[in-house]
Design a protein around this ligand. Sequence first.
Ligand code: HAM
Length: 385
Amino acid sequence: MRETARRWGYREICTPDFEHLELFTLKSGEGIIQEMYVFEDKGGRQMTLRPEVTASVLRAYVNEGKVLPKPIRWCYFADCFRYERPQKGRYRQFWQFGVELIGADTASADAETITLADELLRTAGVTFDLQIGHLAPMKRLTQDLPPEGQRAVMAHLDKRNHAGLEQSLAEIGRDDLFEPLIGLVDSRDPAAVFEIAGDMPERSRIEELFAILDSMEISYTPNFGIARGLDYYTGMVFEAFAPNLGAENQILGGGTYRLAHLFGGDDAASSGFAVGFDRVMVSLGEFPLEKTPIAAVVSTPEARARAWEVARAFRAAGIQTEIDLMQRGLSAQLAHAAKTADYAVILGRRECESGRVTLKNLHSGTQQEMTLAEAISGVSQHGAC
Ligand code: HAM
């Protein structure tokens, strides 16, 4: 993921694990506030472990990045903390890989964010369903509702909770909205969405975005029912789901937002997303890690100084190398190496005199005396053991 983001010009940023509580109470929304690990520091300040990274990145932008040429492309890999009811795929500490694109307000910027997300997930090898929507049609249909009513309706739509939606609309006397709202979230055709919600200024940007994605052959489903759990989104919103996960199958979420002005900066239009890294790992299942050979330099006491030199040469060649730190005898060192390493590089009196080493393959048991260079290349060429 890092490598893919780097190829798109995104540079990694590292923000603190905890922040002033206010950073998140300003705009991130009720849901996230309920879920935060809040504490008071010794100075009596209200602090919180970060529940997400977007607000921190935008704070960093306001503090340090305003003078940088725009757009700014930043990525991060960070652990986040949410006081939720733990369950499969929902943790109180979890990792996000995310990107924020700050200062670009175009359909191209929206398209870059989505296309990069798609490529990141593809590179990771996970199977996913990408859903893309926009808040404007839903906001247009619910514009006359009081803010709490609008929030409740959007939350029900996001969770596809038809019964809850019906009840909330009945409570505020707006049953007439049920049909059009359901039509909106069920529609997979943007043209039909504008027929239901009416024409709107955002239409051309939405159509341009879908046109770019189609030209890039990105596979996605339009979904105008996506509302997102965080309150700072302003327009395009998108999510990805892994079909092989259970209830907690959302592996990515993002969209366009504005936050910088709340933290004392300019009104920079931004977009971004975060991948739920733990969920991606669960979705991938068994993940073969590349295993490189390990060498253990074992030596008699008189060859100890030479052992340090040999280990240094092996490490300089990129080989993972260990030496004895326990003053064990040669046979005890070999017995230990058989448990932890793939090769033993043996140094005794004879090797000290000849300036050579004995390389033992700890799997096959074969051993041979050779030059240091030959031993290094022998271990390097072995590749995965
Ligand atoms: P989010 O949807 O709240 O968005 O989180 C992003 C992803 O983090 C989710 O799709 C999910 O995969 C993962 N995630 C969330 N909570 C948990 C949890 N308790 N356990 C495991 N994984 C979890 C954000 O955080 C936004 N900051 C994304 C963004 C960036 N929007 C714009 N820029």
